[in-house]
Design a protein around this ligand. Structure first.
Ligand code: BJ8
Length: 422
């Protein structure tokens, strides 16, 4: 049996502090997840993943490194994980979703900065996240200002590589992004000492497309009324996708989607038919950030879709699999990734189109715009989203919040008032 305390200590973690972090999780998980009625059975796997969040997968990463493999951590859905894996490395998502890490982040970053950035940097500084401790390279990107400056600070504590993401989507930006992907490939080859061949890259492109399709299949079931799976559970599945073994994740997610499809066939749902249906749009929710979904779903509404990077922005659009040469494959990767509609782009009309499409497809009654505090890109973009939704008669509210529990009562009151209006 693995001695996890030894394993964590070998990773240079602060065990005492780590105990404090992990002791709170089971209670929160019990309240937010395990008390939900009629959950699909296949969620058991995802419950196990959370229960063992700092052990089972970490042991796999440690073993991978023991055999000479590398681990790369990323903070954004723009990072092409296919390339990392094609070079024999493991890719994990590192975005911090816990208030626990915020004070450590504030040791080196301003307080009036987005909590996702503070928690991500704090996770590294506190020595309590075994995923950070297992990484050979951290991959940042030039999306929002807060992130791109935070990488400079993080670079003092760990090796960081930054991908320069364009902020527009003209042909010349696509060409620049494609060039960035080439540089990234070279850096990953240098790290791993492995050459990325077209055969290996084709395999990883297919695998990541399958992972996206599995999530898409699961999300598709949420279009049904009654909805066969809660928004909280679906969110958890997406969160887990960022660090689980991709093949295992695909199998488990397909099993869950099949169960959800069977539930639809027999009319079984987790909310009564006719319960208000909510689309959440905005900033990502990194694990264990379940705050808004919990408030919405304990108020009697169902979150049926997330237009976020822990939702549709992560899995929509496949990479073209027909490329045979590296040249063609890199072009296909550049094209697919540049379709993501993050608010760091100007202009960003694609996001509005996505929201309308999803409102329709998921039969949404109201939209809740989720804005992490101090995330200016999404906050400013609310103007256009609100105007466009209101013009179509679709109710919308914006909630701005952080990771603390201080405003939970206030948020609950606002969400309940919004749901009553629907
Ligand atoms: S593609 S949304 S994952 S950048 S919430 S850190 S934007 S201040 S996370 Fe993001 Fe990539 Fe865009 Fe998606 Fe900055 Fe905003 Fe914080 Fe954010």
């Amino acid at each position: 049996m693995t001695d996890y305390r030894k394993l964590w200590s070998d990773l240079g973690m602060d065990l005492e502090k780590h105990d404090r972090l992990t002791s709170a999780l089971p209670l929160i998980y019990e309240e937010v997840y395990l008390q939900q009625p009629d959950r699909p059975q296949a969620m058991e796997y995802f419950d196990l993943v959370v229960a063992e969040i700092h052990s089972l997968r970490i042991a796999e990463l440690v073993e991978h490194r023991r055999r000479g493999g590398k681990v790369c951590g990323a903070f954004c859905v723009f990072v092409p994980v296919e390339i990392i894996r094609a070079a024999g490395a493991v890719a994990v998502g590192l975005c911090g979703g816990s208030q626990f890490w915020v004070p450590d982040g504030e040791r080196v970053l301003p307080r009036n900065l987005c909590p996702l950035i503070k928690a991500s940097v704090g996770a590294r500084l506190s020595g309590t996240c075994p995923y950070f401790q297992s990484c050979d390279l951290l991959i940042g990107e030039t999306t929002c200002d807060g992130k791109k400056k935070a990488w400079e600070v993080l670079g003092e504590y760990a090796p960081v590589y930054v991908m320069d993401l364009p902020q527009m989507k003209r042909p010349r930006d696509l060409a620049a992004w494609r060039g960035e992907i080439e540089l990234f490939l070279a850096r990953i080859e240098e790290l791993t000492g492995c050459r990325v061949t077209p055969e290996r890259l084709a395999e990883e492109i297919r695998l990541q497309n399958r992972l996206r399709q599995a999530l898409e299949r699961l999300y598709h079931t949420r279009k049904a009324d009654p909805v066969p799976i809660s928004g909280k559970d679906a969110l958890l599945v997406t969160q887990v996708s960022f660090y689980d073994d991709p093949r295992r994740f695909i199998d488990k997610t397909e099993a869950l989607a099949a169960e959800a499809e069977a539930r639809i066939a027999s009319g079984q749902g987790v909310f009564p038919s006719g319960a208000p249906r909510i689309l959440v749009t905005g900033t990502p929710m990194a694990i264990p950030n379940w705050k808004l979904h919990h408030i919405i779903e304990t108020a009697g509404a169902a979150v049926v879709c997330e237009e976020t990077c822990t939702g549709t922005r992560f899995f929509e659009h496949q990479v073209d699999e027909t490329g045979r040469t590296l040249e063609e494959q890199l072009q296909a990767l550049a094209e697919r990734y540049l379709k993501i509609n993050c608010s760091c782009f100007t202009p960003n009309p694609g996001r509005l189109e996505d929201i309308f499409r999803l409102v329709e497809a998921y039969q949404v009654d109201g939209v809740i715009y989720y804005n992490l505090q101090f995330c200016h890109g999404y906050a400013v973009e609310y103007y256009a989203v609100e105007k466009a939704l209101k013009a179509r008669g679709i109710p919308v509210i914006k909630v701005e919040t952080d990771y603390s529990e201080e405003d939970t009562g206030q948020l609950r009151t606002r969400v309940e008032a919004f749901l009553e209006m629907l």
